[in-house]
Design a binder for this molecule. Structure first.
Ligand SMILES: [Zn+2]
Length: 426
């Protein structure tokens, strides 16, 4: 356990830079207040552009406090990664997204490839300058879109199976709208109908041009109804793609490998051992999570057991408020989810007393704030009656106000989880 109030020295040349002798052994120059130097937990990647330091491990669960250091600043973990699919947190300016306390964002490789194209983002100075976001950015690989445009669309489902269905995915089966082959995926653009091919090489080259701090290896996210044979077959191909991604990358960006294996313990453990044995800077835990939330936490646990302890773990695309604690206790360091922003745009506010559906007319008579315990400016300035009116009047402003509140609420929730780990209560 390391918890000695480290002082981090910026690598930039800002006026606030401290004049202390730098330790050449440590890339990010982390010093202790007592004048010593903090030894970072070593990573095996030679080209490391991030570092991850574990500050405290829970004695009660797999939860841990960490510090993820990137070229665009550091992130205390566990942390929620805000979703900025098209290089924007929907309805918010980047300045507003910063004020919600979002420590880092994840953008979508496939959507940005289709529009405006990675060349336009690169010409705009890369994602950080393009969207005026000073903190760290991740880009996903496009693998989830392969699923959502493929079997996900065929069967009308996401990563968690909400209702039982007779649908099955077996080996040799292909989705209706795309074709998955050994080198990658061919599909039709939803924008203009042109044929697009994306494989591990293409995904990495696109992500290099987008310029995020952390990029992901290309994978196939398998369906919750895929059988063991299909999931094993797909997982082995994802493993081959992971090696191609490592060989393709030319930049200093951090590259995370993605663990697959579906809901099958033998496959999840096998995938985590294989991906964990490769020189990735961190790991994504991807794919489907079965049909119940308890199983999801167990599945994360199988993976975490097999992954190298010293490198960060990101859970891809999961995170309702009630999921956050089990996810953290299962050992995830970061996680992204569209829930706070997506639900806001449909009128749902998350509060300390539960969800509110602002579409309901009863709130027109409610003069209270969204959440009395929330410190965000929306709760400080606006009443439920006004927000309800805006929704019913279809005023776009309300989506922005609810998105701000929801993101602030989620970030506060995760901050309190970090505090509880620090106090030894989780
Ligand atoms: Zn609020």
């Amino acid at each position: 356990m390391i918890d000695e109030n480290p002082v981090t020295v910026n690598r930039g040349t800002g006026a606030g830079r401290r004049r202390r002798p730098r330790c050449q052994a440590h890339r990010f120059g982390v010093f202790l207040r007592n004048g010593g130097c903090l030894k970072l937990i070593p990573s095996i990647s030679a080209n490391m552009s991030i570092s991850f330091r574990i500050l405290k491990r829970s004695k009660r669960s797999r939860a841990r406090l960490g510090l993820l250091q990137t070229p665009h600043g550091e992130v205390e973990t566990p942390a929620l990664v805000g979703v900025a699919t098209q290089a924007s947190v929907k309805t918010l300016t980047s300045e507003a997204a910063l004020q919600t306390g979002s420590p880092l964002l994840i953008c979508n490789t496939l959507h940005l490839h289709l529009k405006p194209g990675e060349a336009a983002v690169k010409a705009g100075g890369g994602l950080h300058k393009f969207m005026n976001w000073p903190r760290p950015i991740m880009t996903d690989s496009g693998g989830y879109q392969v699923f959502s445009l493929g079997f996900g669309m065929d069967h009308g489902m996401g990563k968690i199976l909400k209702t039982k269905t007779g649908a099955r995915v077996s080996r040799y089966q292909q989705p209706k709208l795309l074709k998955i082959g050994e080198d990658g995926v061919t599909f039709t653009s939803y924008l203009d109908g042109r044929q697009i091919f994306m494989g591990p090489k293409e995904s990495i080259r696109i992500q290099e041009k987008l310029g995020a701090d952390i990029i992901f290896a290309f994978d196939e996210c398998t369906s919750p109804v895929a059988d063991h044979e299909y999931t094993a077959f797909s997982m082995e191909r994802t493993h081959r793609w992971a090696q191609v991604c490592l060989r393709t990358k030319r930049t200093g960006q951090a590259l995370y490998g993605v663990v697959q294996g579906g809901k099958f313990e033998d496959l999840r453990r096998r995938s985590a051992r294989f991906i964990g044995g490769l020189p990735f800077d961190g790991f994504g835990i991807g794919g489907e999570f079965g049909d119940d939330k308890k199983l999801m936490a167990r599945m994360i646990g199988w993976v975490v057991d097999e992954l190298p302890e010293a490198r960060p773990r990101h859970l891809l695309g999961i995170g309702h408020p009630e999921d956050i604690l089990p996810i953290v206790q299962a050992g995830a360091d970061t996680f992204d989810c569209t829930v706070p922003t997506h639900y806001a745009r449909h009128g749902t506010a998350f509060t300390s007393t539960g969800r509110l559906d602002l579409n309901q007319s009863r709130f027109l008579k409610d003069q209270g704030p969204l959440d009395r315990k929330c410190g965000c400016f929306v709760c400080g300035s606006y009443r439920r009656s006004y927000l309800c009116h805006l929704f019913r009047a279809k005023e776009a402003t309300v989506m922005s106000l609810l998105t701000f509140h929801n993101l602030h609420y989620f970030n506060e929730l995760v901050r309190r989880v970090r505090l509880e780990i620090k106090r030894g209560r989780i």
